[in-house]
Design a binder for this molecule. Sequence first.
Ligand SMILES: NC(=O)c1ccc[n+]([C@@H]2O[C@H](COP(=O)([O-])OP(=O)(O)OC[C@H]3O[C@@H](n4cnc5c(N)ncnc54)[C@H](OP(=O)(O)O)[C@@H]3O)[C@@H](O)[C@H]2O)c1
Length: 314
Amino acid sequence: MGSAIVRRLEKEGYSELLLASRAEVDLRDQAAVNRWFAANRPEYVFLAAGTVGGIWANSTRPAEFIYDNLMIHATVVHAAWRTGVKKLLYLGSSCIYPRLAEQPMAEGALLTGALEPTNEPYAVAKIAGIKLCQAYRKQYGCDFVSAMPTNLYGPGDNFDPQGSHVLPALIRKFHEARIAGRSTVTIWGTGTPRREFLFVDDLADACVFLMRHYDGDEHVNVGTGEDLSIRELAELVRDVVAPGLRLEFDASKPDGMPRKRLDVSRLRGLGWRHRTGLREGIEATYRWLVAELETGRVRGWAAGPPVRATRSAS
Ligand SMILES: NC(=O)c1ccc[n+]([C@@H]2O[C@H](COP(=O)([O-])OP(=O)(O)OC[C@H]3O[C@@H](n4cnc5c(N)ncnc54)[C@H](OP(=O)(O)O)[C@@H]3O)[C@@H](O)[C@H]2O)c1
């Protein structure tokens, strides 16, 4: 997300971008974050850092998911207030909504029911981020706004089998199966849950839009408003990456929330909608991946024998 926002801002000609990478500052450390803000004095802040991952990562590293995210949100919001940041956009997640929230999930569904157990610690931290922005707005008059993106994918994604989200995980599985000459790919879960996906460059566009045009207290959903089943998604990725391969579903693995589609009418009402169709976005992501594999720079793809790309996405 962060690199897509940087791409988007650079394209518009913004040149004074301050990037608080992990190498420069551990965002969980309030003193270090205070020092970074005092030294750099940013005017506008996109808070896109966090500990992120799919069902496997969330269920095996719950302490990291709640601690890291709670701390990152709190330190950055607090330092932004202390140094008089003009505006801050906090990026949460659609995981904040209750497991059985009415579909599509409108902003008002927040805190109306129990959360999905497989990512509850992460969701609690993400909800705390919204409440932080609202509290600093209420007490100190800060112009801090929150956006809740749906599942993202695109160039720069994480392809680590232990830490990735479903879409990059599927791209990798099909790519490796094709290279290895396997005829079947096994997918986690039943294939029936439904999910929504937003191309990361569309998300970056929405972030810049909200930074310019939104100054409300309520968070705003960011997505396409369209979903599909994991089976349909797997078939689509298969058709782009490895046509003809057979799919098998391992129902002993967890499914996560049954449905997760955002109601995006608030954002559409403000005047923004996505541009990239899902197939087009998957093709662009796979083209990017194939090119990057040749250089060996793909995140989460260090392990195992070298996997050479032999075919480009159509
Ligand atoms: N991906 C999605 O589908 C999705 C959907 C909805 C919302 N979000 C939210 O969007 C935000 C960004 O997600 P993403 O997918 O872009 O994740 P990502 O690719 O893993 O990027 C997260 C970034 O945060 C940095 N970071 C993590 N902990 C840090 C720390 N303690 N100090 C400094 N930097 C730290 C990471 O640095 P390193 O590279 O050094 O680890 C990385 O650059 C997160 O808040 C996430 O909850 C993501």
